[in-house]
Design a protein around this ligand. Structure first.
Ligand code: GAR
Length: 202
């Protein structure tokens, strides 16, 4: 039986698209059962709709406070009965209720080699710092900012002529492959966490 994935998005959704394409192969071992967003009118939601996947949107500004937003997000995800939740360019921190419901089964992809350059502007921060190598990190979400245990990483060179857009595009090419490959291995083979170390495999 294939694993049920919920994917949360905020933007272009190219990582979501890579996951949709990966899931099209029955041997992949997973299906996307819902896509959630924190904003309307984004290409990621259009991609989900074109693929016939149910979507939901909860905007923080429509709720009295952050905890109420987190509760709505938690309920919509729970209704889809996910085995794994993938934050794929989701630009919000999930809260206590969300982690209470799904902790250990929430993964995020970040466009830098954590613990270097956490936060919202990872690509710009890496470029400004002058590093020659950056990349992407898939990690298990905990209560901190981009601080959970590392699942997988891929390195990408920084070129002298790079600006934020060109570097981010190179990182995203690596990120999409890493995400699809690693989620597939996780759902097919399982994973175990010991302290900060994640091991994929039976
Ligand atoms: C990805 O590079 C992802 O790592 C980043 O947003 C991009 C989403 O691209 N996420 C973060 O920066 C989270 N802090 P996409 O919408 O095309 O998949």
């Amino acid at each position: 039986m294939s694993a049920r994935l919920v994917v949360l998005v905020s933007g272009a959704g190219t990582n979501l698209q890579a996951m949709l394409d990966g899931c099209a192969d029955p041997a992949y071992g997973a299906q996307i059962v819902a896509v959630g967003a924190d904003r309307e009118g984004i290409e990621a939601l259009a991609r989900a709709e074109r693929a016939g996947i149910p979507t939901f949107t909860h905007r923080v500004k429509d709720f009295p406070d952050r905890a109420d937003w987190d509760q709505a997000l938690t309920q919509s995800c729970a209704a889809a009965r996910p085995d794994l939740i993938v934050l794929a360019g989701f630009m919000k921190l999930v809260g206590d209720q969300f982690l209470g419901a799904f902790g250990g089964r929430v993964i995020n992809t970040h466009p830098a080699l954590l613990p270097a350059f956490p936060g919202m502007h990872a690509v710009r921060d890496a470029l400004d710092h002058g590093v020659k190598l950056t990349g992407c990190t898939l990690f298990l979400v905990d209560a901190g900012l981009d601080s959970g245990p590392t699942i997988a990483q891929a390195a990408v060179p920084v070129l002298d002529e790079d600006d934020e857009a060109t570097l981010h595009e190179r990182v995203k090419v690596a990120e999409r492959s890493l995400l699809v490959e690693t989620v597939g291995r996780m759902v097919r083979d399982g994973w175990a966490v010991a302290g900060r170390k994640v091991r994929i495999g039976p």
